[in-house]
Design a protein around this ligand. Structure first.
Ligand SMILES: Nc1c(NC[C@H](O)[C@H](O)[C@H](O)CO)[nH]c(=O)[nH]c1=O
Ligand SMILES: CC(=O)[C@@H](O)COP(=O)(O)O
Length: 207
C-alpha cells in the first residue's frame, strides 16, 4: 500500500551531528544476504557522511537475527573492557612519564578508537515463511535489543526488517525489483550518530 510521503516518513534532524570522535558497532545477520549487504553499506556510508571514521565502525556478523541480542550485549561489554584496559595502560604510561628518563612508545596516528561504543546498529532481515518461526524470532529479538539498550545505556538502533515478502525486504534496502524503494540502512546510520552524540552529551549532564 503506497503512503502519502507528506504524511509517513522520517523528519529532518534538528542539527548536523558529528560522529568523528565516536566509535560505533554494526552487528548484522547473514540470513537474506542480498538484502543485508545494501543495508550495511547504506548505514556505513551515512555514518561516514556524518563524520564517523571507517576505522571506528566495527562490523561483526552472526548467523541470524536471533543471535543479534547476545552479540550486541557481549560486544558492548567487550568495548568497555577494552576502555578500562586502555585506561590502565595510560595510567601506567603516566607513571612512566613521571620519570623523565622513561620512554613511551608514541601512539599511532589515526589508530582505531578502543573506547566504549557510542551506539550500536543491529541489522537483520526476517522474511515470513510457512511456520510461526518468524513471529517468535521477531518478537524475541525486538524485546531483547530494547532490553540491552535500556540496561546498558548504549543506544541500539533497531535495524531489523520484519517482512512478509522478499520484495518488501528488497524495497526497504533500496534494491526493490518492482520499485527501487528506500534504503533504511541510511536512516539507521544517521540515527546511530545522532544518538551517539546525544547520549555522550547527556552523560556529561548537558541538556
Ligand atoms: N528465517 C530467518 C532466520 N532464521 C535463523 C535464526 O535467526 C537463527 O539464526 C537460528 O534459529 C539459530 O539460532 N534468521 C534471519 O535473520 N532471517 C530469517 O528470515
Ligand atoms: C523468519 C524465519 O525463520 C522463516 O524464514 C523460516 O521459514 P519457515 O517458517 O518456512 O521455516
Amino acid at each position: 500500500m503506497a503512503h502519502d510521503p507528506t504524511v509517513k516518513g522520517l523528519g529532518a534532524p534538528p542539527e548536523k551531528f558529528d560522529g568523528s570522535g565516536l566509535r560505533f558497532l554494526i552487528v548484522h545477520a547473514r540470513w537474506n544476504e542480498s538484502v543485508i549487504t545494501p543495508l550495511v553499506k547504506g548505514a556505513v556510508e551515512t555514518m561516514e557522511k556524518y563524520g564517523a571514521k571507517r576505522e571506528n565502525i566495527v562490523v561483526e556478523s552472526v548467523p541470524g537475527s536471533y543471535e543479534l541480542p547476545v552479540a550486541c550485549s557481549r560486544m558492548i561489554a567487550a568495548s568497555q573492557i577494552q576502555a578500562s584496559a586502555n585506561a590502565t595502560d595510560l595510567m601506567g604510561a603516566s607513571s612512566l612519564l613521571a620519570d623523565p628518563s622513561a620512554t613511551t612508545s608514541p601512539t599511532t596516528a589515526n589508530a582505531p578508537l578502543k573506547g566504549p561504543f557510542a551506539a550500536v546498529i543491529a541489522i537483520g532481515v526476517l522474511i515470513k515463511g510457512s511456520t510461526q518461526h518468524f513471529e517468535y524470532i521477531s518478537d524475541a529479538v525486538t524485546h531483547g535489543l530494547m532490553k540491552i539498550q535500556l540496561e546498558t545505556g548504549v543506544p541500539v538502533i533497531y535495524g531489523v526488517l520484519n517482512c512478509n515478502t522478499d520484495e518488501q525486504a528488497l524495497q526497504r534496502a533500496g534494491v526493490g525489483r518492482e520499485t527501487k524503494g528506500h534504503n533504511h540502512g541510511e536512516d539507521w546510520g544517521a540515527a546511530a550518530v545522532e544518538l551517539g552524540v546525544k547520549t555522550q552529551r547527556w552523560a556529561k549532564g548537558s541538556i
